[in-house]
Write a new protein. Structure first.
Length: 298
């Protein structure tokens, strides 16, 4: 697993709780870090869901769903056994599509003020109408008091719900500068930028690097700089896939206007077993490439 893969798995970690939490009796649509899904919901591109399943005194309820060509996002609530703490998902969270194909969650986050409400993100699924299911294998109950142990709850929670197979329509493709940017010993290309319903998706390739070096890289993305100087961090970043392991894909929150896309070269050393990074690549760490672009509304 690359350093990036480890970072994505870490994103599934249980959220930090604040003592003396006050819970609101209201659904929070697509809470946590998923500003893109919330934006899609505000524009009527998400589907309201009301389906639930209970096990061992804990209810899992699906309350929202949105899908586009880049990812699939499920908004859910975990409730019950509040006298013991707050139920939260473990690492075994899956979405099952209409054909029975299972997809593991790539990341997830919870509402900071009320962590019963949370969001799970999955890879894109086929646009096929039918019954989907959100499935969790094991949960945790986290005490609201600092210093107390986390309690593991075994079992399975599976919530089925219907989907019409309609994805949020893609937004415009952004015109890309033809010239690549020098990037250490190699170069970096942006091949496309898609304004999707759930975020701004930047795709590209890395040239002039060995496969080992690419698989050992940290995420090349740095926060983009928006008009006015605001810094916008990326949501997800993956690289080292496709032909020659040269491709990368970065998802930012929905962003428009004049921006500077910033890339920084770094090597974590967490590539697959047997991969090596030559001293020449290591010496180039810290190299920066910047693309300035105008991003239209989705």
């Amino acid at each position: 697993m690359t350093g990036l893969g480890i970072a994505l798995m870490a994103a599934l970690a249980v959220a930090v709780l604040v003592p003396s939490m006050l819970f609101a009796d209201r659904p929070v649509p697509f809470p946590g870090l998923e500003s893109g899904a919330r934006n899609a919901a505000e524009h009527g591109l998400a589907k309201d869901i009301d389906a639930s399943a209970s096990n061992d005194g804990i209810e899992l309820k699906v309350v929202g769903f949105v899908a586009d060509e880049t990812e699939t996002v499920v908004s859910y609530v975990l409730s019950g056994r509040e006298d013991e703490g707050v139920a939260q998902n473990g690492s075994g969270t899956f979405l099952i599509d209409a054909d029975g194909q299972s997809y593991r969650s790539t990341r997830g986050s919870a509402d900071q003020n009320d962590p019963r409400y949370a969001t799970a993100v999955f890879p894109p699924i086929p646009a096929k109408a039918g019954t989907l299911a959100l499935e969790m294998d094991g949960l945790f109950i986290v005490s609201r008091e600092i210093g107390r142990d986390v309690k593991e709850v075994s079992g399975k929670w599976k919530v089925e719900f219907d989907w019409d197979g309609k994805k949020a329509p893609p937004g415009p493709l952004v015109e890309i500068p033809a010239a690549p940017q020098a990037f250490g010993p190699g170069s970096i290309f942006i091949t496309s930028i898609q304004q999707a319903a759930t975020g701004t998706v930047v795709s590209g390739t890395l040239e002039g690097f060995s496969a080992d070096a690419i698989q050992s890289m940290d995420c090349v993305a740095a926060p983009l700089t928006a008009a006015g100087g605001a810094s916008i961090p990326w949501i997800t970043c993956r690289e080292g896939f496709g032909e020659g392991y040269r491709s990368f894909e970065i998802i930012y929150p929905p962003t428009t206007g004049r921006v500077a896309l910033n890339f920084v070269l770094g090597f974590s050393g967490h590539g697959p077993p047997g991969t090596t990074v030559s001293p020449g690549y290591q010496e180039a760490a810290g190299a920066i490439a910047t693309f300035e672009l105008d991003l239209p509304p989705p």
